[in-house]
Design a protein around this ligand. Structure first.
Ligand code: SF4
Length: 482
């Protein structure tokens, strides 16, 4: 869909469109051609305040909204206040035009917890921050209370200590590609890239071991993700884990995203166990074979049940499972059945995702089969109930563009089974050194909010040939002032 936008601050054009996307639930572009309507933004600013006016004009209808806000002498803070005020005004005219109230109101960012933390940093209590989100950003009571619950859980989890760092190792291969996948992930295919990739990874791991050792840094939480790390054949997985051992021995938490149940076997589980990895994911996404086939996952429900039972047999007592609400062809009864199956298995953590479709082609392909936003919302609520029934509490949440019903992904865990690594990543509160194609190392100044990043190249072939350069990037990051 196209919208004509006139604004004196073109730098905020995407922020304006982001608000429209919340209401449309599909890609929206700025264009003169075939525009559904026009949004015109004007404003006046003086030393004390800024006044923003937004008008939405569509044929003979026009909706206008004006709001005053504070200005700041700090350019970064002022930019944030400016953007927030503009988005609130765009939200109000869209609210009038679309006549629906999105659950997250005018919030379009990935991390809604951040706004709540900022309000609390400004001196509000958690209850006041929750009320602020409802009154100023139209966040629903259901979602603002979910944020409060998450923040209360996170308050009990110790942050990264001085001298600690988290370690990420990326294995960007999967046995087949899920149709909705937005991750960097190659398909294993004929397997030709696996051995050179593992060789390159081992070189990078060796270099990182030296970098951390020289700086007296020890790994707090280790996370092996991807892709699907267990899509590597056992001997290769073993080489990678052996190489990582000097770094991960003594880590407080070790996770492997085993993910695809069809890649899990006893030999790999024993390898993980032997390397002290106690936390794994076995991800069903749904407990319906017809949906699994539609979304391009090459496993069955039976594979999930078998992999879960095997993991239990092998002594894994910290298993995460993922479910996706809003999958094509699914209705509430089907989602209910998936929840019941998960409750029966009783994992230690459950992540309830909402389907996000980033590729317009998929949307066209599936449009008729997708549950509507209200149904997706009821599914997400059912997922929350399932987690509560198993004794879990929500502990992090993030949002993506084009999620069904403008909802969210929420992770739930039994007390004590919350993933330190995931909290650090989602809240951007932890330093991370990351190895593998597309992996991003990061340093965070939690006092100023400043973040420095050193990304590895994403292309697997490029990565294999440029490992020394990736190491240099990390070295510069670790030695940078922050
Ligand atoms: S398992 Fe995950 S990383 Fe692999 S294709 Fe599916 S969504 Fe992408």
């Amino acid at each position: 869909m196209n919208v004509f936008v006139k604004t004196p601050t073109p730098a905020f054009l995407n922020d304006i469109l982001d608000v429209v996307r919340v209401f449309e639930g599909r890609p929206v572009e700025a264009s003169h051609d075939q525009a559904a309507y026009a949004i015109v933004h004007t404003e006046e600013t003086n030393a004390e305040k800024r006044t923003v006016q937004v008008q939405l004009a569509e044929n003979e209808h026009a909706y206008a909204f004006q709001k005053e806000g504070a200005v700041s002498s700090d350019p970064l803070v002022d930019k944030r206040l400016h953007k927030r005020l503009l988005k609130q005004c765009v939200f109000e005219v869209c609210l009038a035009r679309y006549q629906v109230s999105p659950p997250w109101g005018s919030l379009t960012g990935i991390r809604p917890t951040r706004l709540m933390y900022m309000a609390m940093d400004d001196g509000m209590t958690i209850e006041e921050a929750e009320a602020f989100l409802r009154s100023d950003f139209h966040v629903s009571e259901e979602k603002s209370s979910l944020l409060s619950e998450i923040i209360r859980t996170q308050a009990k989890i110790p942050p990264q200590a001085q001298g600690e760092i988290d370690l990420y190792c990326g294995i960007p291969f999967c046995v087949s590609r899920c149709a909705y996948c937005s991750f960097l992930s190659g398909v294993v295919g004929d397997g030709k890239l696996l051995a050179p990739y593992v060789d390159a990874l081992l070189c990078e791991i060796q270099a990182v071991t030296r970098l951390l050792h020289d700086r007296n840094l020890r790994v707090r939480a280790f996370y092996m993700g991807g892709g699907t790390p267990t899509s590597l054949p056992a001997p290769m997985l073993s080489r990678v884990l052996d190489a990582l051992a000097p770094l991960t021995d003594g880590a407080r938490e070790k996770t492997c995203e085993a993910g695809r149940p069809d890649t899990i076997d006893r030999e790999k589980l024993r390898l993980l166990s032997a390397h002290g990895i106690g936390r794994i994911s076995v991800n069903p996404q749904t407990m319906h074979d017809e949906t699994l086939s539609l979304i391009g996952r090459r496993h069955t429900v039976q594979d999930t049940l078998r992999a879960f039972a095997l993991a239990r047999e092998e002594g894994f007592r910290d298993i995460n499972m993922d479910l996706i609400a809003g999958l094509p062809g699914e209705n509430e009864t089907m989602f209910e059945r998936s929840c019941e199956e998960i409750e029966r298995l009783s994992p230690e953590s459950l992540t309830v995702h909402t389907l996000a479709i980033k590729h317009a082609s998929l949307l066209h392909l599936w449009e008729a089969k997708l549950p509507d936003g209200d149904m997706a919302a009821r599914m997400v609520r059912r997922g929350r109930e399932a987690a509560a029934a198993m004794g879990m509490k929500p502990y992090y949440l993030y949002r993506q563009k084009y999620m069904a019903g403008n909802l969210e992904n929420t992770a739930y865990a039994l007390p004590g089974c919350e993933s330190l690594y995931n909290i650090g990543m989602m809240e951007e509160t932890a330093d991370v050194v990351a190895v593998g194609a597309g992996a991003i190392s990061k340093r965070v100044n939690t006092k100023t909010g400043k973040i420095l990043r050193a990304p590895n190249v994403s292309d697997i072939g490029e990565y294999i040939s440029r490992v020394p350069e990736m190491t240099k990037r990390k070295e510069a990051l670790l030695d940078a002032e922050i």
